[in-house]
Ligand binder design. Structure first.
Ligand code: PXP
Length: 250
């Protein structure tokens, strides 16, 4: 089992592409953002190629595969089109996420338990191609057991509900979500799964999750890209790294 001391930070650069696409040109370039994040200590870059291509484009994925020195975590829906793209690029990691066209962001975790056979067939060629397959799920024992059964090596726990409850001042609910994340991180780790977490994390919410010893990687995007407007991307990433290390050291 992997070393539990070092918590990795994956920086999600999707929303650099959101800003670029608002004007339809080439600026700002997500590849440039990825290189800055890398220089600031990101351990990986995460990008979600959505079916509707609302932010990251196919060309961005080509470019990221070419320029990155750190691993690319390619987030994608479980569709044939995305599987073909992943098999062509063979990124270090593939994270399977649910996708609905009308949603603003990835709203829930994947229903692995309901689609077990289908997903097992879907991820097998990705694993055979050497990609580490991660499944984005809620902190729910049934989903974790199903992810384990289908042969995923990694699960990423959805921290969105925890972060939303914090932002909206529903603190009892927030603490209950945090407790579920804590218990389910330990449960998944006990099954031999590598545990990642992400969605909605910011400077206020990152530390309690970073403190779980079983969590090996956090994937953070929207807040960091937003914060970079005010302090620049490099300082924004450095501060996140500092908070993660501080939480881990305690
Ligand atoms: N992890 C997964 C699986 C995601 O789908 C996303 C959003 O694309 C993130 C992490 C990052 O979430 P956020 O942009 O809210 O930090």
């Amino acid at each position: 089992m992997s070393d539990t001391s070092r918590l990795r930070l994956g920086v999600n650069i999707d929303h650099v592409a959101t800003v670029r696409n608002a004007r339809g040109g080439d600026y700002p370039d997500p590849l440039r953002a990825a290189k800055i994040a890398e220089a600031a200590g990101a351990d990986g870059i995460t990008a979600h190629l959505r079916e509707d291509r609302r932010h990251i484009s196919d060309k961005d994925i080509d470019g990221l595969m070419e320029v990155l020195s750190v691993p690319l975590n390619f987030e994608m829906a479980a569709t044939q089109e995305m599987q073909q793209i992943a098999l062509r690029h063979k990124p270090h990691a593939v994270c399977i996420v649910p996708e609905r066209r009308e949603e603003r962001t990835t709203e829930g975790g994947l229903e692995v338990a309901r689609e077990e056979n289908q997903l097992a067939h879907f991820i097998a060629p990705l694993r055979d191609a050497g990609c580490r397959v991660s499944i984005f799920i809620a902190a729910d024992q049934r989903q974790i057991e199903a992810a384990h059964r289908i042969g995923a090596e990694v699960i990423e726990l959805h921290t969105g509900a925890y972060c939303d409850a914090h932002a909206e001042g529903r603190f009892e609910e927030r603490d209950a979500h945090l407790e579920a994340l804590r218990e389910m991180s330990a449960f998944a780790h006990g099954l031999g799964l590598e545990v990642h977490a992400g969605h909605g994390l910011n400077y206020e919410t990152v530390q309690p999750v970073a403190a779980f010893p079983e969590v090996m990687e956090l994937n953070i995007g929207h807040f960091l890209i937003g914060e970079s407007i005010f302090r620049g991307l490099e300082p924004a990433v450095l501060e996140m790294r500092r908070l993660m290390d501080e939480a881990r050291a305690e």
